[in-house]
Design a protein around this ligand. Structure first.
Ligand code: GDP
Ligand code: MG
Length: 294
């Protein structure tokens, strides 16, 4: 039996639904999803296995004009994604304009013949006319690409997408063990789940100024003891994060624990420490330590 395997990279603007799609395909809440832009900071791998195939998806941060060093590091993950793909998925949604600068980066992989699938997402909330216009537009823009309307949220055409991808994969033995779902360690998901809650609970610049580091992850048969350091850029943000009489942090703790218990299917004991870490987003030493640059 010939085995197929390959890397399938999902790229596109923030908020089009890249993380939702990867989670729908992999079937686990691997990548955090919120209505806010720039939720995904790292590149996250998620795997889908079959008896004779293995698809290694990577979810990337949305394409943005990088301003902060953190954002520049995020865009490096995106650039790497363009180069090491066997299949590229470019995700967009109807009504999203296509200033050429956004899709210029796709021209190079098109010349090297990496198969490109343009996914028009969120068809559950669009009109037939807008969808048709989008299909025509993308067909003109990338004549060699396959255009597929989907809904990542409602799982419309997602099975079909898996079939199309599998056909395009090269013959190759599996890259990873067949029971593996992701390349990231458990601590990574703790950080991400808590960051997701912070994105939902706090306003304005707080979510973007926060980083979560899991300092302790002690797993026993019946319980996981987790201790996290949350750091912010300024002392004023520390006050907001903790809230009046610690109420805000308490709420964050309760909601985070609920999510973690679902994710790990175990009881969780969770502790937070909050610290100010001035300008971590602009400090290359810090970004290195946090795994954003190597
Ligand atoms: P990303 O930034 O590209 O990773 O986007 P996310 O996956 O985080 O999704 C951004 C928002 O779009 C979230 O609120 C999702 O629930 C929503 N979304 C994703 N896919 C769909 C879809 O097919 N239909 C609808 N209506 N909403 C979607
Ligand atoms: Mg995302």
């Amino acid at each position: 039996m010939n085995h197929k395997a390959g890397f399938v990279n999902i790229i596109g603007s923030p908020n089009v639904g890249k993380s939702t799609l990867m989670n729908a395909l992999v079937g686990e809440g691997l990548s955090i999803i919120t209505p806010k832009a720039q939720t995904t900071r790292h590149r996250i791998l998620g795997m889908v296995h079959g008896e004779d195939f293995q698809i290694v998806f990577s979810d990337t941060p949305g394409m943005i004009q990088a301003v902060y060093p953190l954002q520049k590091a995020m865009m490096t993950f995106v650039k790497i994604s363009l180069q090491d793909a066997d299949v590229l998925l470019y995700m967009t949604e109807t009504g999203q304009s296509d200033p050429q600068k956004d899709t210029k980066f796709l021209e190079k992989p098109q010349k090297t013949n990496i198969p490109l699938i343009v996914l028009i997402n969120k068809i559950d909330q669009t009109t037939q006319q807008a969808l048709e216009e989008a299909v025509v537009h993308w067909h003109d823009r990338f004549p060699k690409a396959r255009i597929l309307p989907i809904s990542a949220l409602k799982k419309l055409n997602t099975e079909l997408l898996l079939e199309i991808i599998t056909k395009l994969l090269p013959e190759h033995p599996p890259y990873y063990p067949k029971d593996m779902l992701t390349d990231k360690p458990k601590r990574f998901f703790v950080n991400e789940l808590i960051r997701e809650k912070i994105l939902l609970l706090y306003e304005k610049e707080i979510p973007y100024s926060v980083e979560v580091v899991t300092e302790q992850f002690k797993e026993r048969d019946d319980l996981i003891h987790i201790s996290c350091l949350i750091f912010v850029e300024r002392n004023s943000q520390k006050g907001i994060l903790i809230g009046h009489r610690g109420q805000a942090l308490k709420k964050l703790g309760i909601q985070s624990r609920e999510s973690l218990e679902i994710f790990f299917s175990k009881k969780i004991f969770l502790e937070f420490h909050v610290k100010t870490n001035k300008n971590w987003r602009s400090d290359s030493q810090q970004l290195k330590r946090l795994g954003y640059i190597s």
